[in-house]
Write a protein that binds this ligand. Structure first.
Ligand SMILES: NC(=O)c1ccc[n+]([C@@H]2O[C@H](COP(=O)([O-])OP(=O)(O)OC[C@H]3O[C@@H](n4cnc5c(N)ncnc54)[C@H](OP(=O)(O)O)[C@@H]3O)[C@@H](O)[C@H]2O)c1
Length: 327
């Protein structure tokens, strides 16, 4: 089968379109014929091997699993004997290692059925980025109607979903993004957009009940200058922050350690992929209360250019790679 494979760590030059054996599903797994996949910043972290802790987990010199990717949508092609709840022909979205290929093997707990009215392209954009956004807005920030919420990195994959989810929860949303993504962020429901290059100091942004940072990477005490009394700061991540070993995880750990002594609530998101959240998000797409804000859809032979755009933060919202013509 055709697959996107990685040989070493670095820029997009370490990735190529290659071939691999069709994976075999175990008795508790399903095999899915992949229609669409969606890269995210995690794909880029694994490609670059940055932070270094990634390499300790997936392979020191080169990844042990050569096929990249996690988020996919497709059609169930075979079902293991112990699997309940899925049958051959089901349209599903989910996460599984080695997803960027014509076939992927997945566990039922990481899959959800796609409603008939939702396209494979839209469904593929959800599992990682929208899943993280839902857990950030609903579980970590616990956004309430009427609250003022600041989303930093609102023009990115996670941020585009967080902006919509916070607005849908009844919050007044301000997004932080580059000027190029300002109109896009407004279209997602932000009342106001701050260009971090024009107004770089968080003390000048106003005061917010909730701040969710998926991009800025500044020290917690700097971001807290924009936090109202008893406000909540949620750290999702930031690619430029921290040292080479941990990057954004460094601030997540600090937030959780400092929380018991701080007057603000300080917390972090560590996404847990699960079928219930994915089903919630797919249902929201079907109901029209959430949209997959997709900037670019590339065929398989355009995948590397698209991943390169993502690595350079040039994508507004999400990008999707079409693996087959399945709708
Ligand atoms: N904790 C978790 O479980 C979890 C899960 C998923 C992702 N993450 C992390 O969350 C972060 C965002 O992920 P993503 O997939 O959304 O990445 P992404 O799609 O690359 O989006 C990041 C966005 O941040 C913007 N940005 C860069 N510097 C900024 C700044 N100083 N202020 C405001 N915006 C800025 C970029 O565009 P512009 O500069 O053009 O605005 C880009 O749109 C990454 O660090 C990722 O590792 C964590």
């Amino acid at each position: 089968m055709t697959a996107i494979v990685q040989h070493g760590y670095g820029g997009v030059e370490v990735v190529s379109i290659g071939t691999a054996a069709v994976p075999v599903a175990g008795p508790a797994e399903v095999r899915v014929r992949v229609a669409a996949v969606s890269p995210d910043s995690g794909t880029v972290h694994l490609m670059t091997g940055d932070p270094l802790v990634v390499r300790a987990v997936i392979g020191l010199r080169t990844p042990r699993q050569p096929i990249i990717g996690l988020a996919f949508a497709g059609v169930v092609e075979s079902v293991g004997a112990q699997v309940e709840g899925f049958v051959v022909g089901d349209r599903v979205a989910g996460t599984a290692p080695a997803a960027f290929a014509e076939y992927v093997v997945a566990k039922p707990a990481k899959l959800a059925r796609i409603p008939d009215t939702v396209s494979m392209t839209d469904a593929a954009s959800l599992p990682v980025s929208a899943g993280t956004a839902l857990q950030a807005v609903r579980d970590s920030a616990r956004v309430q109607p009427g609250q003022s919420v600041l989303i930093i990195g609102a023009g990115g994959g996670v941020g585009s979903f967080m902006t919509q989810l916070a607005a849908a929860a009844g919050a007044r949303v301000t997004g932080v993004a580059s000027a190029a993504k300002s109109e896009f962020v407004r279209s997602l429901g932000a009342e106001r957009v701050i260009d971090y290059r024009v107004t770089p100091n968080p003390a000048d942004w106003g005061l917010f009940d909730v701040i969710i940072d998926a991009a800025d990477g500044r020290a917690l005490h700097v971001l807290r200058q924009a936090l109202a009394e008893r406000g909540t700061l949620v750290i999702v991540g930031a690619d430029q922050s921290g040292g080479p070993l941990l990057r954004g995880a460094d601030r997540q750990l600090r937030a959780m350690m400092l929380d018991p002594w701080a007057r603000h609530r300080l917390t972090a998101v560590v996404q847990r992929e699960n079928c219930a959240d994915l089903a919630t998000l797919l249902d929201m797409l079907a109901q029209g209360t959430l949209r997959a804000a997709i900037d670019d859809v590339a065929p398989l032979d355009g995948a590397l250019a698209l991943i390169d755009r993502l690595a350079h933060q040039q994508v507004s919202g999400k990008a999707v790679i079409r693996v087959s013509d399945e709708r």
